[in-house]
Design a protein around this ligand. Structure first.
Ligand code: OAD
Length: 240
């Protein structure tokens, strides 16, 4: 029996845009009315932890109100035909809720919080707040230190990167969807693909994709319409 081909999906904020989650760089450099350095850096956390907590609390609360869109659902459906790995820069859980089973979060997860003393002490937000969204000053880990969002902030290491590289190195196909490819190391992941891998880039605004390969195809559309087109192409040999 033929082995199933391996697809790696590198997703960014654009895949969740049609679910109603704002992207980072489409609004004059402001992210939900904040400069990124005021809410998503270790310095911001030191200077004004209450503001940082409030910012992520709002994002977490919003996540309870949004649903996966057609793009998340079609990506999940590809698992019927391919061995699919999602490597997402998103901190939402919309890929999981759409049914994808292998999701690696490069930049952390909104629904999790962690100790400021021991980064391995990670909790689901439901363990801290039964409403499922609020983290407050004074919420502490088992070792007694303040809890913080389980997010990789700018200036912090990306601990899941090695695993992401390992997954990419044996992929046959990469789908890059809804990311401006401006943030490293995530943006450089395609450099680790095997030379003959096919790459599809779905984004209404062609990102600055510096990787040159004869196997790159740009689908200059929104995530939902772009994924419909690509899904047809990727499954045409399976569905007659
Ligand atoms: P960006 O906001 O930088 O890029 C979003 C991309 O999505 C852009 O290329 C848009 O053109 C595209 N886009 C917008 N609407 C879309 C739609 N409906 N369908 C498809 N694409 C659409 O977001 P990321 O590339 O994800 O990091 O940003 C990378 C990282 O920077 C984030 O993970 C975050 C941020 O600061 C951290 O928080 C650590």
């Amino acid at each position: 029996m033929n082995q199933r081909q391996k697809i790696v999906v590198l997703s960014g904020a654009g895949v969740s845009a049609e679910s109603g989650v704002a992207t980072f760089r489409d609004h004059n450099g402001l992210w939900e009315n904040h400069r990124i350095e005021d809410v998503a850096t270790p310095e911001a956390w030191r200077k004004n932890p209450a503001l940082v907590l409030e910012f992520y609390n709002k994002r977490r609360k919003q996540l309870l109100e949004v649903q996966p869109n057609e793009a998340h659902l079609l990506i999940a459906e590809l698992e019927k035909y391919y061995d699919v790995y999602i490597i997402t820069q998103n901190v939402d859980d919309l890929h999981e809720r759409a049914g994808s089973t292998k999701v690696l979060h490069l930049h952390g997860e909104l629904k999790k919080v962690r100790s400021t003393l021991d980064e391995n002490l990670v909790y689901h937000i439901n363990e801290i707040d039964p409403k499922g969204w609020e983290l407050k000053l004074g919420d502490r880990c088992a070792k007694g230190s303040q809890l913080r969002p389980h997010i990789v902030w700018f200036g912090e290491l990306v601990p899941m990167m090695e695993e992401a590289i390992r997954i990419t190195q044996t992929a046959n196909i990469m789908i890059i969807i809804g990311t401006s490819l401006l943030v490293y190391p995530a943006a450089g992941l395609s450099y680790y693909l095997p030379k003959n891998a096919s790459i599809y880039v779905i984004d209404p605004q062609k990102p600055d994709f510096l990787f040159t390969s004869p196997f790159v195809k740009f689908i200059t559309q929104k995530a939902t319409t772009g994924m419909k087109e690509l899904f047809k192409e990727l499954t045409k040999d399976f569905i007659n």
